[in-house]
Design a protein around this ligand. Structure first.
Ligand code: ADP
Ligand code: ASP
Ligand code: MG
Length: 415
């Protein structure tokens, strides 16, 4: 007997047929003698529609009311799944974030989980009742509904698994595991049997949306075994004698026998580049630029600055999420005199491609190979950042797929 958390994303609960399919899968785990809590997302497309309604009414809407609206998608799914389970003879009850409760801070729209009181759920699971829990939502200290940011149901599921001391957290989605890159872009992508928390964290943070970054962080801190697997595979395709589920296990680095130099490639088109031309090359300039941006809540990512030859002026380039591009421009124009630059330019037609692998710690020249391969494809690199196990390149958005495919082959990841 195991205690498991099963999480189903939007496409897995897209319509009633999908919800029946989920109910069958849950029933199978219950019949195998497991205690089960299920975390569900809103039906595919629902959250986008709810967000759109808020934006249409007011682009600068109140974040508390945004949460009131967007949290409803998950509530619908919990009720429908509980009904569907009851219909096939499985005892089940729905739970909203406030009922458990899943306590969060008050950062509406991107709240962080502070704690989950799991005792009542555990008691009911022990009597054979399936808990069907709304992902993505919680309750803030202001007693109002909060949401955890887009893709947040993954985080709800892993946090719940930690709180319930579950043996594992199965993330069911529309792909059958974590791949070396997005299999929708590169058909040659390979499924990984295992990936370390650290590499998954980097992959997710640079654009692989298969797991929300914070869910991986939580899994790493609380040692939750996370399996990413498909909602749509057939039971007969699953090996009944395997000692773990199919899909990809996210686990500690020590559980992975042989590390590849490069494990995966991710990309994000949600990037914008801003260049500040002719800034004085003197102490205090970076603070004058990035201080006001931070105050305006603009997330700055890559930063490239040249050193001027004669100590006079230089150019400074950085990236922000494309949704922050307009705001960043407004802030910088206001600070023009304080910074003392001559003009701004920028583009939202850029993308960030990142290469990740723990093996980079011990191998030199991994990035240099990429520069050469991209040059051969006439792909221009606008900015570069590196960390211990990752490097990221800013390129023209139109060349994203070509760059990802080139790098995927270069590092021997094609199947
Ligand atoms: P869900 O609705 O189940 O939460 P998401 O759409 O959030 O699903 O995440 C699954 C998607 O992540 C896949 O359909 C796939 O296109 C995308 N994806 C991006 N990078 C990867 C990767 N490296 N491996 C697997 N899927 C990836
Ligand atoms: N429904 C929410 C979203 O679309 C949360 C999730 O699916 O994880 O972002
Ligand atoms: Mg998701």
């Amino acid at each position: 007997m195991s205690r498991i958390v099963m999480k189903f994303g939007g496409t897995s609960v897209a319509d009633l047929a999908c919800i029946r399919n989920v109910a069958t899968r849950v029933k199978r785990e219950v019949e195998a003698g497991n205690e089960v809590a299920v975390v569900v997302s809103a039906m595919a497309g629902t959250t986008n529609q709810l967000v759109g309604w808020c934006q249409d009414l007011s682009p600068l809407h109140d974040a508390r009311e945004y949460d009131t609206v967007v949290a409803t998608g998950e509530q619908v799914t919990t009720g429908l799944l509980a009904i569907s389970l009851q219909e096939i003879g499985v005892e089940a009850r729905s739970w909203q974030g406030w009922q458990i409760p899943i306590r969060t801070d008050n950062d509406h729209g991107k709240a962080r989980i502070a704690g989950i009181e799991g005792a009542e759920l555990i008691r009911r699971m022990q009597t054979g009742q399936v808990a069907v829990v709304s992902g993505f939502q919680g309750i803030g200290t202001d007693n109002r509904v909060t949401t955890l940011g887009r893709g947040g149901s993954d985080t709800s599921a892993v946090a719940l698994a930690a709180a319930l001391h579950a043996d594992r957290c199965d993330i069911y989605t529309d792909v059958d595991g974590v791949y070396t890159t997005d299999p929708r872009i590169v058909p040659q992508a390979k499924k990984l049997a295992r990936i370390s928390y650290e590499e998954m964290l980097e992959l997710a943070s640079v654009g692989a949306k298969v797991l929300q970054v914070r869910s991986v962080e939580l899994g790493m801190v609380h040692n939750v075994r996370i399996f990413v697997r498909s909602s749509f595979d057939k039971p007969e395709d699953i090996d009944p004698f395997a000692n773990h589920p199919p899909g990809t296990l996210i686990c500690d680095e020590s559980e992975i026998m042989e590390q590849q130099v490069v494990t995966g490639i991710a990309f994000s088109k949600d990037e914008a580049q801003i260049s500040i031309r002719h800034v004085p090359d003197k102490p205090g300039v970076a603070a004058a630029i990035f201080g006001p941006l931070a105050e305006a809540n603009v997330n700055v990512d890559m930063i490239v600055q040249n050193v001027s030859a004669d100590g006079s002026t230089t150019d400074l380039t950085f990236t922000v999420p494309s949704s922050d591009y307009e705001r960043a421009n407004v802030v910088l124009k206001k600070s023009k005199d304080a910074i003392g630059y001559s003009y701004l330019d920028g583009s939202t037609d850029v993308a960030k491609v990142s290469v990740i692998g723990i093996g980079m710690r011990s191998h030199a020249g991994v990035a240099a190979q990429a520069f050469k391969a991209l040059a051969e494809q006439q792909i221009n690199i606008r900015a570069i950042t590196t960390s211990e196990i990752k490097f990221s390149l800013l390129i023209d958005a139109a060349r994203t797929d070509a760059a990802v495919r080139t790098l995927h082959s270069l590092y021997g990841l094609d199947k």
